[in-house]
Design a protein around this ligand. Sequence first.
Ligand SMILES: [Zn+2]
Length: 306
Amino acid sequence: MPLVGSKELLRSALEGHFAIGAFNANNMEQVQGIVDAAEEEKAPVILQVSQGGIRYAGLAFAAAMVRTAAEGASVPVVLHLDHGTDFEQNILCLRAGFTSLMFDGSKRPYEENIATTARVVEIAHICGIPVEAELGRVLTSTDGVTPEEIRAAMTNPDQALDFVQRTGCDSLACALGSVHAMKEAKATLDIELLKAIRAKVDIPIVLHGASGVAEDSALEAIQYGVAKINVATMLNQAFTRGLHKAQQELPDNTDPRKWLDHSREKVKEVVRHKIRLFGSSGTVRSTGLVSPPKSYRTVDIGGTEE
Ligand SMILES: [Zn+2]
């Protein structure tokens, strides 16, 4: 089916107490692994491309890959811009056919974050496209952050109310204790803070840096208003592990497809696990559309699974 917007999906997730997985993709194998898992799980899915992903693949390629995957799927697929820190990047993505945007002004002064978010929202809404914004700041582990810095960057509930009212954003990325690019899932979210934010704003809350969040903590957050959960680092780890393993098992291979096929399967396994964890598995019941046959098949390279 054609790409869909994220607004209704996130609203359904919020009301149904499940979350929609938002998975970062940078290449064709990642896009296919993500959409295949969503298709098999009958789950709606958000594919997101970061500005780094756009630099890597090119905006036109990134949009075309996800659009093509969506058109071959029977489940709803969203094409979302992840951490669009520039006004211009958001507008370029809008023009390229993205069905969901994010303006991330969390590094800017509060009033500037509001002003630019509101500008993006005004333009995107004319086109019927929803916008995620960020308040507070989800930090990145490679910056060497301390627990004190993580706490100081958390979202302020009173500010959240003011921010949502003045920007008109459709969903809000909140800093609840997670950190981007963590290699292990050991962070615990501040659920009391999440409750306080939800008491002030009724739009879906977005969890960033979920690769580093303990699964039981993420599950608790879903019960209190987190409706979109971003997963990137874990997918990159799975992709790379699959590649290394395939290279070890087929060291003399010169056909990259035989390696990348394994990476694609590893991505798919992680996405399937996350979709089930987030409770979105089986939430697409009947679309009336049939997916066309897949034109690629898994190559069996032998060896045991991890
Ligand atoms: Zn993020």
